[in-house]
Design a protein around this ligand. Sequence first.
Ligand SMILES: C[S@@+](CC[C@H](N)C(=O)[O-])C[C@H]1O[C@@H](n2cnc3c(N)ncnc32)[C@H](O)[C@@H]1O
Length: 272
Amino acid sequence: MHEPYLKAMAALLRRSQPRHDLYTVFGHCMEAMALAIANSVDLRQREPREARYLDIVGHYRPDVLDLFPQVLAELVQALEAGPGDVLGALFHDLELHNKARGQFFTPYTLSRFMAKVTIGNPESVRSIIGDHGFVTAMEPACGAGSMVIALAEAMRDLGINYQRHLHVTAIDIDPRAIHMAYIQLSLLHVPAHLMVGNSLSGETAEHWYTPAHILGGWNARLACRRRHEPTGETHVHPVEAPPAPVPMRHTVPPFCEPRASTPAMPQQLTLF
Ligand SMILES: C[S@@+](CC[C@H](N)C(=O)[O-])C[C@H]1O[C@@H](n2cnc3c(N)ncnc32)[C@H](O)[C@@H]1O
């Protein structure tokens, strides 16, 4: 399904050779796309991100720079054809994983299987959503987002609107992976907070909020849930509390009051 788009994206990026190193161009292309998306919604981090964007584009002549939006257009078409880890597959097709010290991403078919296993009985997910409004998922080593995308697709297949009823926290130690995951989760409109960080030590360096997170008022929804969770049931994330993004002016935090009689139950799915 994604083959023609993957071929087109690889061919576009290869046009930058031999003048540029493919690994660097790929990284810059991903970062520039992620910055462009983030800057349309995350106003608090806009200024330094705009400066970084201008720094990246300053490296290239117009003919190479023109390749970046063309790669994005192919990616959008690929994801419109169907969900998948398109950028993870592109990373492998370009053989960049060898250069990245053997960074392998899970094949999407396997991620889909694991998503179904993670969900388990669909009725328990439906019941959590019925009681709390949403489920949360944690991906402590997200790569390009394969498992998160598969989870969203699995929920969609169950008739659950993941754009409203799923919130994802995703971490990766490699900024390039976070850029790839951020782009794909943004385009699929998955509410998510992604961090460049070390899941083992708990250190975090960067926070990326998808448009679905910001426009959906997820800071308020998550804070509301934290207020209503009994102390013993609060999920401990292995990272420090993130800075809150500035919401868009037209954002209306959704009503998120859980029922008073809601029983405490685990709401977080863990992917790894
Ligand atoms: C094998 S890949 C899997 C990625 C993704 N979960 C998937 O299924 O495609 C492992 C990922 O873990 C990341 N990683 C390794 N050590 C980490 C750490 N301590 N904290 C966060 N991420 C880490 C790597 O950068 C890499 O992207």
